[in-house]
Design a protein around this ligand. Structure first.
Ligand code: ASP
Length: 334
């Protein structure tokens, strides 16, 4: 009798180990709402509070899921949804507009436990592109779907569809007008001015099972060329997750992040050069800067260490983890 009992205990222990071989790792969530040229003097107290409240709401949403044994996949999706639904950020409602005055959205999702990934680019009717990216990962053998095909796929999946006008806000229309004028002054080249504040949203999370996930969602860059796709839906550039290394979400001038394959570069620096996650993020952003680009990244490594690095004046960002870190910030010296 006693022998059987011990056998059952051992068997039970083995099963729980195989289902959950990393229990009790720290869990953690980090978000960003874009990096750019925001300056404390130019932002009212009320606006600052509004941003911080939304960042906190997104963080708390994801954290609660992780705390209640939910997956990092769900935590990332739910946190990003909060920001996509807010007109404050350049993703979902409130996204920047392309040269034709339309919102054209990119999003991607990656799961570190099996290197599965999904992304959509140039979509115009999906209320929450991050869910579409996740559906591509979960429900198709493809990784990236674009424009009308992606919109059609989302519709077939039963996702919430909206008219493109849903995304448009007066603020972004005004921003587009300014950028168009600036573009004319600069001989029709894409504006690199202070007006092109970024504002993409992203989230990385580590759950109690040791699974890392990353998601990123954006409207791209204001006054972008019709059909332009940035780094966000390019796996390894604007988004990457691998349980053996880390999860990364980027924001900034996408072309430079594509050319430097930033998210994967950080994972590689961590894996092969054995840099800690903050160093890895810094080194990769240095390369972006060297080529003339700017932006930022958030990352969590497999041990739960995090990084929120940027080479701009600020980055909307926040972290909440089981070690007791809880912070939202905007400016460099927050
Ligand atoms: N990386 C985005 C893009 O270039 C923009 C951003 O992060 O704000 O599409």
């Amino acid at each position: 009798m006693k022998k059987n009992y011990i056998l059952i205990l051992v068997f039970g222990f083995l099963i729980s180990c195989s289902e959950n071989n990393n229990q009790n790792v720290d869990f953690s969530i980090v978000i960003h709402g874009g990096a750019g040229t925001m300056e404390r003097e130019k932002m009212s107290m009320d606006k600052e509070l509004e941003y911080k409240k939304k960042l906190e709401e997104a963080l708390n949403k994801g954290y609660e899921i992780l705390e209640n044994n939910g997956s990092s996949e769900l935590a990332v999706i739910e946190a990003i949804k909060v920001m996509e639904d807010s007109p404050l950020f350049n993703a979902g409602k409130g996204a920047v507009l392309d040269e034709r005055g339309e919102a054209s959205l990119d999003a991607s999702f990656m799961s570190g436990k099996n290197l599965n990934a999904g992304a959509v680019a140039g979509v115009k009717k999906i209320k929450n592109p991050i869910i579409a990216a996740y559906s591509v990962m979960k429900n198709t053998p493809q990784v990236l779907l674009i424009s009308e095909g992606a919109d059609q796929f989302a519709k077939e999946q039963g996702l919430h569809m909206v008219d493109n006008s849903y995304f448009l806000t007066e603020r972004r229309k005004a921003q587009l007008l300014k950028n168009k004028k600036l573009g004319q002054l600069k001989d029709k080249k894409e504006s690199t001015s202070a007006i092109s504040k970024f504002g993409t949203v992203g989230c990385v999370a580590l759950d109690k099972n040791g699974n890392l996930s990353a998601g990123t969602s954006t409207g791209g860059r204001s006054n972008k060329k019709w059909g332009r796709v940035g780094d966000v839906p390019i796996i390894g550039a604007g988004n990457y997750a691998n349980n053996n290394t880390c999860a990364i979400s980027a924001t900034g001038w996408g072309e430079f992040f594509i050319r430097n394959v930033v998210a994967h570069d950080i994972s590689s620096l961590f894996e092969y050069k054995k840099l800690d996650i903050r160093q890895a993020a810094k080194v990769s952003l240095e390369k972006v800067k060297k080529l003339g680009g700017s932006g930022g990244v958030i990352a969590i490594d497999k041990f739960g260490n995090y990084a929120m690095e940027f080479n701009t004046k600020g980055m909307y960002r926040g972290v909440k983890d089981s070690k007791g870190n809880f912070k939202v910030s905007i400016f460099k010296h927050d």
